[in-house]
Design a protein around this ligand. Structure first.
Ligand SMILES: [Zn+2]
Length: 163
């Protein structure tokens, strides 16, 4: 299921390989051992734009890494979130934390029916961030801008049902 969401996404300023290298460096700097499992998690995160939950990451990697534990997924994510390399986005109407791996300027749209989170590239968000930094005096590490609603597919599906 998640594999269908992995796409060569548009408008990303940093390549998947660059992101993966940053993730691995961060884990090492945090004193975590770069086990095969942790490398796989970093590879997965660097190559997805599907905003997975920890559970989804775990289920997708488990067949390949039978010894993988959910705790390893969580502690790997925790380090990356703490360092601002991955954002914890909160739920999409499903009470599960979705993780954002693309920290380039864009906005997220969360569908409250299918709980999908999609990216909408929006370079203006970068300029907006500078204005916020200027107005507040904050040094900005990241932002999350999430619009909630119903995606086009789910709108179409509900129309099919009612006709
Ligand atoms: Zn939907």
């Amino acid at each position: 299921m998640a594999s269908t969401n992995v796409s060569t996404s548009t408008a990303q300023n940093s390549s998947a390989a660059q992101r993966e290298a940053r993730f691995l460096d961060a884990l090492q700097a945090a004193g975590l051992r770069l086990t095969a499992q942790r490398r796989a998690i970093c590879h997965y995160l660097a190559n997805t734009d599907s905003h997975p939950t920890a559970q989804q990451i775990y289920e997708d990697l488990k067949p390949q890494f039978p010894s993988l534990s959910l705790a390893t997924v969580y502690n790997t994510l925790d380090v990356l979130v703490r360092l601002g390399l991955v954002y914890a986005l909160g739920g999409a109407g499903d009470r599960a934390v979705h993780y954002e791996t693309n920290t380039d300027p864009h906005i997220n749209l969360a569908c409250l029916v299918c709980h999908r989170v999609v990216d909408l590239p929006m370079p203006e968000v970068g300029a907006w961030e500078s204005r916020v930094a200027e107005a507040s005096g904050f040094k900005i590490f990241g932002a999350r801008l999430v619009y909630y609603g119903i995606c086009p597919e789910c709108q179409r599906r509900s129309q099919d049902v009612s006709h």
